[in-house]
Design a protein around this ligand. Structure first.
Ligand SMILES: Cc1cc2nc3c(=O)[nH]c(=O)nc-3n(C[C@H](O)[C@H](O)[C@H](O)COP(=O)(O)O)c2cc1C
Length: 255
């Protein structure tokens, strides 16, 4: 059965839709480097090893129970990377070990900053994915001299222990000689002002970073990381031509 132009257009649309679905749009974006801020899991829990393997120079870590802190962390990481041109890795707090946290700035050449997004749960308690991090920082790490961090807490002011985890993290790191860049951001679900709180904190921090870390702001431009090339000598019968059927070539990135 011969395929007409309409059939081919429909099949092409299906192929594009499949690529979009399986890559979740990660093939294009506004990042300057073209790299995603999310690192595909190599299985290693060694922070320094993974930062070096992926050539990342900044870290965004989130403690999140139901995804709000995670969403803000990813949004922030993308903007940080795009505006300052610094390859940035955004991670779930429970995906790594932190015993070598004090060495990150020494052992990752050109490393700039760690930014935390910390939600509070229970009665002023850590999210499930933050429990082991606090255990490690509280009991195993003594000196964080040289570590530079910023922090945005997510909480609800109707709770007694408002934003307890952002406050606890900040206090603990400062007590262990880390240096805080900017102010602790306090996002308030209770007042319905999370977005405004985040934007005010982020804009203030980005202004400050230019001076305190000597970061240069870049013009954010759209740079697609997917290039479409027309191969005119291929026909629909060629084996290399996919017609929308499931194909490992499309699905590889999603695995
Ligand atoms: C069961 C529960 C307990 C919470 N406890 C606190 C709390 O003690 N202090 C606080 O400031 N916010 C508290 N919150 C508010 C959350 O921290 C806030 O909604 C945050 O945005 C959730 O972020 P996440 O979606 O990343 O987990 C609580 C929310 C829930 C649902």
């Amino acid at each position: 059965m011969a395929l007409d132009t309409l059939d081919i257009s429909v099949l092409a649309a299906i192929v594009v839709a499949l690529i979009v679905f399986f890559t979740k749009g990660s093939l294009w974006g506004t990042s300057n480097s073209g790299n995603s801020t999310t690192v595909s899991s190599s299985g290693s829990r060694d922070l320094i090893e993974v930062l070096n393997e992926n050539n990342k120079k900044a870290l965004v870590i989130y403690g999140s129970q139901t995804g709000t802190a995670e969403d803000y962390a990813h949004k922030y990481a993308k903007e940080f990377q795009a505006r300052f041109g610094i390859p940035t890795m955004c991670i779930d707090m429970s995906d790594f070990d932190y015993d070598n946290l004090p060495e990150v700035f020494d052992q990752v050449s050109g490393f700039k900053l760690i930014t935390f997004f910390m939600a509070t749960y229970g009665e002023g308690e850590p999210t499930d994915n933050a429990v082991d991090f606090f255990e490690c920082v509280d009991n195993e790490l003594t000196d964080l001299n040289g570590l530079k961090f910023s922090c945005f807490g997510l909480g609800n002011s109707t709770y007694e222990f408002y934003n307890a985890m952002g406050k606890r993290l900040t206090q603990t790191l400062l007590e262990k000689n880390a240096t805080m860049v900017g102010e602790l951001g306090l996002g308030d679900d209770g007042a319905g002002s999370m977005d405004e709180d985040y934007l005010a904190w982020k804009d203030g921090l980005f202004d400050l970073l230019k001076d305190s870390l000597n970061l240069e702001e870049k013009e954010v431009s759209y740079e697609p990381s997917l290039k479409v090339t027309e191969v005119s000598d291929l026909t629909i019968e060629d084996k290399q031509v996919a017609l929308g059927e499931p194909n490992a070539k499309y699905t590889l990135r999603a695995c």
